[in-house]
Design a protein around this ligand. Structure first.
Ligand code: SGN
Ligand code: CA
Length: 517
């Protein structure tokens, strides 16, 4: 692998750069890191990214007091792989965790939390882990089993499994604050706070049940996509119309509604609720169910109704998340921790809010390739301008080297990402990467998205869907076709672009040493 292929000057001796970073950091104390990751949170539903649907004042504050990454992408748009990329700073084929339903993460490998520990940091993870093996590299850990539950969730700790009472987003935030209260105050810390929200099946806290019920959302332009010229997109199982389950996803629980996934909610989340929680839930959902039954919807009307229900439920769980970020910020402010703490907000990947008619993620199309990324800068970085949007293309392989650099810990050569610290400081590195690489592997699998890999530059995207029964290429001009409806792979007008993008793809596959197909 030749890491310097696309990133020549970034390769400047790691150590030299770090010393400079710390010096420029202008801080007396070492920096703390709080990395908040949510699950499936679309940038479309964060108001500093997109104002169409909701307000997220607390997330917007992170952007205002720091930077918002306008071109932030993942390498493999699915939870476990994204988390493995986060801790290792390496693409899936290098860290070995390529799909949610494969082998457990090999926790004996190098990760940034382990390197931080060696560098004198105390490290903690609270919330969704999803890597199937016991967390390593953390002085403190409390994780959800698998996907976890919204109501009265179980937590696994080194002492065993126990159940907590309440709503998961509040509990994870409480646990984060409690950890900060009781930490060893003589050492800097790195806390990973990994929420379950806003993952399927988008259940809200009891106090937010009525939120958004009076709102109607505009259908995305591509809601009725016919997938012409895109065979892989035509053959998925993530359509709001066809695959979103009325009982499970949309909570229409009634004896007259029998759906394939109904048992999942009846014996899952609803069965976990206390009688009091259930009564609060029913007081809002029973009238919605009655109304739905009285409407007798079908066809397009039903699809549109499903979209509205989906949006409302999803946004309710975003509301609770944003409120809890506010609660954490209040605590950090009160404790004087904003001075020397970097606060990062990211999701494990993006999500479809009805674009192309979909929910879920996985595809290399924009909505799921992108992921929100906000970084609130420590107050002691007096020189860095706040409220900036960073336009350079960044990827989740970059988080690990960023955190190591901030901690003054040397970045090992085999880490594939690059430190974002220069971008945080407002520098304009001359030779930043001009392409990102993506590879998705979970097929056969839930939602039936084919294996694919590809390359994206600031303007074009080339994707190869492959497998036993598919071998198809897609090429998009994101400038003229930002919603990716027109596959131009066979368009003679783009022949030169196509050849260049193939070259670029070869280049990034070589750079990241990916020969898997
Ligand atoms: C679950 C969901 C899927 C989702 C995957 C992966 N089904 O299996 O809809 O795509 O997680 O999501 S559910 O019936 O369990 O809700 S991920 O974010 O964890 O990768
Ligand atoms: Ca996810």
């Amino acid at each position: 692998m030749n890491k310097s292929l696309l990133l020549v000057p970034m390769g400047l001796s790691a150590l030299g750069t770090q010393a400079k970073d710390r010096q420029a950091a202008d801080c007396d104390k070492p920096l703390n890191i709080i990395y908040i990751m949510t699950d499936d949170h679309s940038f479309q539903t964060i108001s500093c990214y997109d104002g169409r649907y909701n307000d997220t004042p607390n997330l917007d504050r992170l952007a205002r007091e720091g930077v918002r990454f306008g071109n932030s992408f993942v390498t493999n748009s699915i939870s476990g792989p994204s988390r493995a990329v986060l801790v290792t700073g390496k693409h899936s084929h290098k860290n070995g965790f390529m799909r949610n339903d494969g082998q457990p993460f090999d926790g004996s490998q190098q990760t940034f939390p382990k390197l931080l520990q060696k560098g004198g940091y105390q490290t903690a993870i609270i919330g969704k882990w999803h890597l199937m093996s016991t967390p390593t590299g953390f002085d403190h850990w409390e994780i959800l089993p698998g996907q976890g539950s919204y109501y009265n969730p179980d937590f696994i700790t080194p002492e065993g499994t126990h159940r907590e009472h309440g709503y998961v987003t509040n509990i994870i935030t409480d646990k984060g604050i409690d950890y900060l209260e009781h930490r060893d105050k003589s050492k800097p810390f790195c806390l990973l706070l990994h929420h379950k929200a806003v993952h399927r099946i988008w259940m809200s806290d009891t106090c937010d049940l009525t939120q958004f019920e009076d709102k109607t959302f505009p259908l995305p332009e591509t809601f009725r996509d016919d997938y012409a010229g895109r065979p892989a997109a035509a053959d998925q199982k993530m359509s709001i119309d066809k695959d979103m389950d009325l009982a499970y996803d949309l909570k229409m629980i009634d004896s007259t509604i029998d759906t394939p996934l109904k048992g999942g909610i009846v014996h899952g989340e609803l069965a976990r609720m206390t009688p009091q929680q259930r009564a609060q839930w029913d007081s809002v959902y029973q009238p919605l169910i009655d109304r739905f039954l009285s409407l007798g919807l079908s066809g397009e009307k039903l699809a549109e109704w499903k979209y509205q229900r989906y949006m409302r439920d999803y946004l309710k769980s975003v509301k609770s998340l944003d409120d809890n970020i506010g609660r954490l910020m209040e605590y950090l402010e009160k404790e004087g921790l904003l001075e020397n703490t970097l606060i990062v907000y990211a999701s494990d990947q993006g999500f479809y809010m009805g674009e192309h008619g979909w929910f879920d993620k996985r595809f290399m199309y924009e909505e799921s390739l992108r992921t929100p990324l906000l970084m609130r800068l420590p107050d002691c970085w007096k020189e860095a301008e706040r409220g900036r949007v960073v336009d350079q293309m960044v990827q989740n392989i970059d988080y690990a080297p960023t955190f190591l650099t901030l901690a003054g810990v040397p970045v090992p050569e085999d880490i594939q990402g690059v430190s974002l610290v220069p971008l945080l400081k407002g520098e304009k590195p001359k030779h930043w990467r001009d392409a990102i690489y993506y590879h998705y592997y979970e097929f056969p699998g839930e939602h039936h998205v084919r294996k694919h890999y590809g390359v994206r530059t600031d303007r074009y995207k080339l994707i190869h869907f492959y497998g036993n029964d598919i071998d198809s290429w897609e090429l998009y001009d994101l400038k003229t076709d930002p919603t990716e409806l027109h596959n131009r792979y066979d368009d003679p007008k783009l022949a030169k672009v196509r050849a260049k993008m193939h070259e670029k793809l070869e280049q990034v596959r070589e750079q990241y040493d990916d020969r898997t197909e």
